[in-house]
Design a protein around this ligand. Sequence first.
Ligand code: FJE
Ligand code: FE
Length: 293
Amino acid sequence: MEKPRQVARKFLARPQHEGVGAVVRRSIGRFELRYFDPFLVLDEFSVSAPAGFPDHPHRGFETVTYMLEGGVTHEDFEGHRGTIKAGDVQWMTAGRGIVHSEMPAGPGTSKGLQLWVNLSSGNKMVEPGYQEVQSKDIACTTADGVTVRVIAGHSMGIRSPVCTRTPTMYLDFTVRPHAVVRQPVCAAWNAFAYVLEGEGVFGAEKSAPVGPHHLLLLGQGDGVEVWNKSDKPLRFLLIGGEPIGEPVAQLGPFVMNTEEEIDMTVNDFEEYVNGFEKAKHWKSQALVALGVE
Ligand code: FJE
Ligand code: FE
C-alpha cells in the first residue's frame, strides 16, 4: 500500500421511518449525502412483523440485502420467492423493472443492510435477476486476528462468486482486539466503511475511535488501514465501487439519468408496460394474508 486512505467525512446514521412501520438508519441517500457514486442508498434496517416493505417497484439499479439477524421473505411479480437469513446475501438486479415485497420472516426482529448500487445508462434496462448466496457459501477466511466475509470482490486471497455489473467490493470484517486490517482498495474507486459493532480507528492511527452506525467516507488512496485498539471485537463493512460519472435523476425507487426517463418510467409503471407487464395482476402473498385489497 503506497497511500492509505484517510477519513474524509463521518456521518452518524440516525433512525428514520421507511416502508410500512419499519425503521432504517440511512447513511447514504439522505439529504446531507444524496449520492456517493455509484451508491444511492445505504440503510441499516430493523423490522419486525407486521412492519415491512410491502409491494413496491424498482428500476435502474441493484439492491443488495445482507442479513445480520432474523430473516426477510422476498416475493416478486415473476414468482421469485425466498427467505434470506442471518449471514445470507441477496444481490438483486432490478434493471428494467421489478415489483416485489420484502417482509420480516419469523418471530423477533430482523436486522440487516440494504445497499442500492447504481447501474450505468447501458445497464439500467437489463433483464432483472438475482444472485443469492447463503451464509455457508460466502467466502470467508481468517488471518492474524482478522476475519473477512467476501460479499463481493476479493480480499485476503479469497473471492466472491457474485458478479457485479457496476464493479463493486463489499467486505465484512471482524477484527479481534489489537489486530489491524490492511486492505487494498482500487485507487480510482469511491469507498466507505460502516461500523456495525465495537470501535475502530480508521485511516490514521492517532485518530479517535468510531462506533456503531457511523459511515466513514474514505479519501483518495490505494487502500485502507483499520486498528482495533479496544478490548472488544470490531465489526465493520468496507464497501467500494467504480464511480459511474453520469447524471442521476431519481424518483424514490426509480433511478435513471434524466427527468424525461423518470417520466417514461412512471408511465411504464402506471400503464404496465416495458417490463412492468406482470404488475397488473400481481399482489404479494404478504398483502393477500393481511387482506389488503
Ligand atoms: C422504501 C422504496 C423502497 N430501505 N431496507 C421506497 F424500495 C423502499 C424499500 C427499502 C428497504 C427494504 C429493505 Cl428489505 C431494507 C430498505 C428501503 O423497500 F422503504 C421506500 N420508502
Ligand atoms: Fe425493494
